[in-house]
Design a protein around this ligand. Structure first.
Ligand SMILES: *Cc1c(COP(=O)(O)O)cnc(C)c1O
Length: 399
């Protein structure tokens, strides 16, 4: 390894490093492209759709698996100034890329984490009486620091009950250094606009937010933004829609795709009608076939439940996933294995593809959520399951 100090790190070395990276991407068995320009555009669209509310950005779980460093930087440059992470450690990482932003930690604060919150100026989202009591002790010792309050309006996940929140709002004995900057709640059925629960949660949250006069309020994640102005309050919290995933069931997805995954064809083999494919021999070929063996497996988040039709483990959905290559959709055949997946390319004209070509797993030609549905899951799980083996490329141009 050569070490450079800043002075020695000249442009030639920089270019060489870039070229090396490009070369590696060109030959990588498995690759992930993240379109940061699309991410920024998605944020701007969601900010517009949020009307009078500001749009925040949810970057928990390493920005839904796509990389908090690059995605956080791109969202910050697009204009986001209110970020949400799940864990304090994620907030500490993000701080370097979002210097002037407010960073909310959705899982709150635990004894032993105080220094992390103060060092990186993180805002704990307090969700229980115990956490509140602990926080009061922290600010009594260290002085004022912003916090947020999560109120549970029907999810039964995290949050103070509505009654606890109302009591707190009216508690005149709370210390002056207690300074909530945001009160938030979360919809459990925002992805289903017709659900009565949305209206019920909205009504509860209106009462709570009114009780915290002068404190900003936030109810909507991606899906809630599409429920209309009543649901926007002061700040929205889009996550999945930023990354191009579907937020609302049954609505054409208006977001730009952000992530593209591709796996390389290691071998194209021919097999005879009547032979079987992959573990368990569960898929029997009905015709003479050409099979493309590619370097992606369930260890890469290409979930085993995406295995092809005819595989015993498929129950709820008849067909497995499809990949995309040279203008064609090609089905997965047989079981997906840890490192390898087999696609049926028999229907492609002979010679159109060769070993070394790439099959798109999801991306602009193969919607993330179509693939997720084939596994009986959601785009969120596909993205956060990507794993460590992808060679990553970030497309951008702005900085
Ligand atoms: C994950 C999360 C979000 C973002 O949800 P999306 O559906 O991805 O937009 C917003 N708020 C809370 C509390 C969350 O846990």
């Amino acid at each position: 390894m050569t070490e450079f100090d800043d002075a020695e790190f000249d442009e030639t070395a920089d270019m060489a490093a870039l070229l090396d990276e490009a070369d590696e991407f060109d030959v990588a068995p498995l690759r992930l492209t993240v379109d940061l320009a699309a991410l920024g555009e998605n944020w701007r669209d969601l900010a517009r759709l949020s009307g009078r509310a500001r749009a925040g950005a949810v970057v928990k779980a390493d920005a839904y698996g796509l990389g908090i460093e690059d995605c956080g930087t791109a969202l910050y440059h697009a204009g986001a100034r209110d970020f949400f992470v799940a864990a304090a450690s994620e907030g500490a990482t993000l701080r370097a890329y979002a210097p002037e932003a407010r960073i909310f930690v959705l899982c709150g604060i635990w004894p032993g984490q105080e220094q992390l919150f103060f060092d990186h100026d993180l805002v704990p989202v307090l969700a229980s009486e115990e956490q509140l009591a602990f926080w009061m002790a922290v600010i009594a010792e260290r002085g004022e620091h912003p916090c947020a309050l999560q109120v549970d309006t029907g999810f039964n996940r995290l949050g103070l009950s509505v009654e606890e929140a109302m009591e707190l709002a009216q508690d005149v004995s709370r210390p002056a250094s207690f300074s909530p900057v945001l009160v938030l709640s979360h919809l459990h059925s925002g992805d289903t606009p017709s659900a009565d629960a949305n209206r019920a949660q909205l009504q509860q949250f209106r009462d709570v937010s009114a009780a915290f006069e002068g404190v900003e309020a936030s109810l909507s994640a991606s899906a809630g933004i599409f429920l209309g102005a009543d649901y926007h309050f002061d700040l929205t919290r889009p996550g999945i829609a930023l990354y191009g995933g579907e937020a609302v069931n049954g609505m054409a997805n208006p977001m730009r795709p952000v992530a593209t995954t591709e796996s390389r064809i290691l071998q194209i083999r021919t097999a005879k009608a009547g032979e079987t494919v992959s573990y368990g021999g569960t898929h029997r070929l009905a015709r003479d076939s050409r099979l493309a063996v590619t370097s992606v497996g369930y260890a890469d988040g290409y979930l085993r439940n995406l295995s092809g039709a005819g595989v015993a483990l498929r129950t709820s959905v008849a067909a497995g996933a499809f990949g995309f290559i040279a203008g064609h959709r090609v089905p997965v055949v047989g079981r997906i294995t840890m490192d390898l997946t087999i696609f049926d390319v028999t229907d492609l004209p002979q010679g159109l593809i060769t070993a070394g070509d790439y099959i798109e797993l999801f991306g602009p030609n193969m919607p993330l959520d179509d693939v997720a549905r084939a596994a009986g899951t959601i785009g969120y799980e596909m993205l956060t399951s990507l794993g460590l083996r992808y060679e990553r490329r970030y497309l951008d141009g702005h900085f």
